[in-house]
Unconditional design. Structure first.
Length: 663
């Protein structure tokens, strides 16, 4: 008998346990439309049809579902009451949507829907912040009302013990960096308390809905009751979050401007916000709507729709935060934006300044950088612009006046060229900037005369005229006085003519020629000046058969002490090639050996040439031959020449020979 009673007790215990489990299951799902309601069991007897904000016709489709809290293994579900649920037609603005809240058992309903695509969003910021409940598989779903007259969509929430980072992107109307703005739906400047019953309400009427019924909108437990001036952006993920391990995640804002990310736990995090064109457009739209207001009755003129709008952050674009073991949640990492009308950007041009040369001991103004800068085509004024030097090239003792004048303290900077850089900005629009450079040269006070001479490496034959170029310059900062420039012509070179070309009209020169020595006298030679001498000379016949070298030397002296006397002289070396008559020409117009050119022909005071063909017929004759015979209209072959010349001393010379014409 005892054994039978034990067996009976075990059966009773099992039945009792199963009854409890079924009762728990029943209680967790009672009035859950996804399990117990048919298509018409609630119908119009429980809910009247809803009207859309834009007044379009009503459809017959229904969306229903349940928001529940589940335990760790999802064996128990408890309906969550008073949770806001948003329904938004896809492709439409937020204000075209509806908002409702779950009933005491966690159920929500949207009736009278038309065919189309919808987004259902659980507005769960209150669940996150006050109950530490987070969506298991996301807080929003997209679905299509097409075939079925009823769609059921449940959302499961569970406790989350890890870290959470989140916040709000909002329109910061007063620019104070605090999210104290709300969406003033009726535009009366007062925070209106809305009454939300069992019937969904158009979102464009929502200002404050007391979802938990405590009569307050302040505190963590009331988060999300006020429709904040949040800015959504479904196009891009504007928020970047870096965790303590260096991993980086990006998230976007939801339809109300909130964002969040589950993290691994405690440590240092960095949250960054990056503006893009979509977020800027959303900010501009909410600003232009004129419905954003501040809880402390702050008043700001509304924008009037001018197309020139500038939107930007009112907070820093990066925030650092620490999650600790005592507080693993931070849902207040917020970023504020606002937009303003701006005037069209003026054309600002900072133009480079070349301020010239000053001496080492000069003190005073060297120039004004604003004199050539332009704003909308006119010269800028001090009231219109500011400027800041960003590169000073190690200059010291530079005095910068607010009106743009630059002055130097004398004797403190090394003698060299300086290149400074400044940024010009418009006072009315500091973001309108341009950059320019300022250049000037400080010269040493000492005299530094330098002379160079060249004949440009030309080939010189006996009797040829050629040109020397002599350049005298003062590269110091001091004035040279009683300057004498001397050129000694070498044997075999005779003077023909010369010309002096000063860089400064105040430079006066006198010249003299004694024997083979040429000289130019210059009373004053200022710093930075130069003098170019063109010296035409002629090589004299030396009656030599081989080339010979000539060296020409030029030098300069003055009454002033020269800082670098090693460059007060220069030489030019040339080779004089003896008289030469070629025996081949190739008149093919390639500019090479095209004519019968006799090298050194210039050594004759007079000359005459005759050219004959192989039959003895004369084909060319010329007095004062110009080296230009090209055998025009004559066939290729061997030709004979007779050249007669009278040298400068009156001696007669005759040359006979042949030349081959190759065509």
């Amino acid at each position: 008998m005892v054994k039978l009673r034990v067996k009976a007790s075990l059966r009773e215990f099992k039945l009792f346990f199963l009854s409890l489990f079924f009762l728990a299951f029943l209680m967790s799902n009672i009035i859950n439309p996804c399990y117990f309601l048919s298509a018409g069991s609630y119908g119009s007897s429980h809910f009247s049809q809803i009207n859309y904000p834009d007044g379009h016709s009503i459809g017959s489709f229904t969306l229903t579902g349940k928001v529940v809290e589940i335990n760790r293994d999802a064996s128990i579900q408890i309906g969550l009451p008073n949770v806001p649920v948003i329904l938004l037609p896809q492709g439409g603005e937020l204000d075209h949507g509806l908002i409702t809240k779950t009933d005491p058992n966690g159920n929500y309903y949207f009736e009278g829907l038309e065919k189309g695509v919808y987004l259902v969003k659980i507005h769960d910021i209150q669940l996150n912040s006050s109950k530490n409940l987070y969506a298991v598989d996301g807080s929003e779903r997209t679905f299509t009302m097409f075939k079925d007259s009823e769609i059921c969509q449940n959302f499961e929430y569970a406790k989350y013990e890890g870290g959470i980072v989140g916040g709000l992107i909002w329109y910061d109307l007063n620019g104070d960096g605090r999210p104290n703005e709300w969406f003033d739906a009726n535009g009366d400047g007062e925070l209106t308390k809305n009454t939300l019953g069992t019937k969904p309400m158009p979102i464009n009427e929502w200002e404050w809905i007391d979802f938990n019924g405590d009569g307050s909108y302040e505190g963590v437990e009331n988060a999300g009751e006020i429709r904040m001036a949040g800015i959504s952006n479904s196009e891009n993920e504007n928020i970047s979050i870096s965790d303590p391990q260096g991993n980086q995640f990006t998230v976007s804002t939801d339809v109300l401007g909130y964002y969040s990310l589950k993290t691994q736990g405690k440590g240092s995090y960095q949250v960054s916000f990056e503006m893009d064109e979509y977020m800027e457009l959303k900010a501009e739209l909410i600003g232009n709507a004129g419905k954003v207001a501040v809880l402390n009755n702050f008043v700001l003129d509304r924008m009037i729709g001018d197309p020139m709008i500038s939107c930007g952050l009112t907070t820093t674009n990066q925030r650092r935060l620490n999650l600790t073991g005592e507080n693993l949640r931070n849902l207040r990492t917020d970023f504020g934006l606002r937009c303003f009308e701006v005037e069209p950007v003026s054309e600002l041009h900072a133009i480079d300044d070349e301020l010239g040369e000053v001496s080492f001991l000069f003190g005073g103004m060297i120039g004004n950088i604003l004199e050539n800068d332009l704003l909308d085509g006119h010269r800028v004024t001090m009231k219109e612009v500011d400027f800041t030097f960003t590169e000073l090239d190690n200059i010291v003792g530079l005095l910068i006046s607010p009106n743009g004048e630059l002055s130097l303290v004398p004797g403190v900077n090394e003698a060299r060229e300086y290149r400074l850089k400044y940024t010009l900005s418009e006072v009315a629009n500091p973001s309108n900037t341009d950059e320019a450079f300022v250049s000037f040269k400080i010269l040493n006070e000492q005299v530094d005369l330098r002379v160079t001479k060249t004949s440009f490496g030309v080939d010189i034959y006996e009797g040829d005229e050629f040109e020397y170029e002599i350049v005298l310059s003062n590269e110091g900062g001091g004035k040279a006085t009683n300057v004498i420039l001397t050129d000694d012509l070498p044997p075999g070179i005779s003077y023909v003519s010369s010309s002096a070309l000063p860089s400064d009209p105040e430079i006066h020169t006198t010249s003299s020629f004694i024997s083979s020595k040429l000289s130019w006298q210059i009373p004053e030679f200022p710093p930075g000046a130069s003098l170019t001498i063109r010296l035409l000379v002629r090589s004299i016949e030396q009656m030599l058969k081989n080339p010979y070298t000539i060296t020409n030397r030029v030098s300069v002296i003055s009454d002033s002490e020269d800082v670098s006397p090693e460059d007060n002289f220069d030489t030019d070396v040339n080779t004089i090639i003896p008289f030469f008559i070629p025996n081949v020409i190739t008149p093919n117009e390639d500019q090479k050996n095209d004519s019968f050119k006799i090298k050194g022909l210039g050594k004759f005071a007079e000359n005459e040439i005759k050219i004959l063909n192989r039959y003895g017929d004369q084909v060319f004759e010329q007095r004062d031959y110009q080296n230009d015979w090209q055998a025009d209209k004559l066939p290729a072959g061997i030709y004979f020449y007779v050249l007669r010349g009278i040298e400068a001393g009156g001696e007669f010379r005759e040359f006979k020979g042949w030349v081959q014409v190759v065509k």
